[in-house]
Design a protein around this ligand. Structure first.
Ligand code: ADP
Length: 239
């Protein structure tokens, strides 16, 4: 059996069946980098993220994060925070409280925690939105609130499923800047599903390509961008 590496996020021979779809992931991804995950629609990108987050459990195989076996761990026990495409804010709680859930699900918040929440909301440009309910925000604003909730969690691994897809280009660039800034500050591992090759080029330093339920390439970005022998990857990068 391979020795667990502190500096890696590993899937060892992970297999999963969902309906008639078979997934097989076997990969070692470097920690502390921005890793873009791309591939055709239906290839298994969200499933890959769900396995890392713990929302899906493998039928067999092991998942290791920074040397710890998290295969059987619940989502909350893993060193991860997640931002989905459709921010999963609680509709009956205001924005401040939604972000607070990132710190403590029981919402026992000390003064210091409350300051952190305000700071995170300020960072994503929602300083005046603390008492607003999610339904009164635009899609982009809700996504920024979900991002603030991930910011306050301060976990080693940040999983993002097309986090900026619903935002207009200006906001999108702003959020990418925010993500980069946070990454440099915390040296966290960012694993981000992206359908946008320009976004991948701009912010990722490692590329993963998933096709038909498996990882067909996981490589440093320069190598990833230069690969000529994978038609699906060429189509994604060059249209
Ligand atoms: P991607 O994110 O790359 O678009 P997904 O990981 O969402 O792909 O899904 C891969 C395939 O698995 C899709 O065809 C999807 O319909 C199927 N799938 C996902 N979840 C389930 C499920 N719970 N039951 C049956 N099929 C599923």
């Amino acid at each position: 059996m391979a020795i667990a590496n502190q500096d890696e996020i590993e899937m060892q021979d992970v297999r999963l069946m969902l309906g008639t779809h078979a997934f097989h992931f076997d990969s070692r991804l470097p920690a502390g980098r921005i890793i873009a995950v791309s591939g055709p629609s239906g290839a298994g990108k969200s499933t890959f993220l769900n396995l890392l987050a713990g929302f899906e459990r493998p039928d067999s195989g092991r998942i290791l994060m920074h040397g710890a076996d998290v295969t059987a761990a619940y989502p909350a026990e893993r060193p991860v925070s997640v931002v989905f495409q459709d921010n999963n804010l609680f509709a009956h709680l205001d924005i401040f409280t939604n972000v607070g859930l990132g710190i403590d699900p029981a919402l026992k918040l000390a003064a210091q925690d409350r300051r952190k929440i305000s700071q995170a909301l300020e960072k994503v440009g929602l300083a005046n939105f603390e008492r607003r309910m999610p339904a009164t925000l635009s899609g982009g604003e809700r996504q920024r609130a979900a991002f603030a909730r991930a910011l306050v969690r301060k976990r080693a691994v940040l999983l993002l499923d097309e986090p900026f897809a619903a935002l207009d280009p200006g906001l999108r660039a702003g959020m990418a800047e925010l993500l980069l800034g946070m990454h440099m500050e915390t040296e966290n591992t960012v694993i981000m599903v992206s359908h946008d090759p320009d976004e991948v080029r701009r912010i990722a330093d490692y590329g993963v390509f998933i096709d038909k339920g498996a990882i067909v390439l996981a490589a440093p970005l320069t190598e990833y961008l230069a690969r000529e022998d994978m038609p699906a990857l060429r189509r994604f990068l060059h249209g």
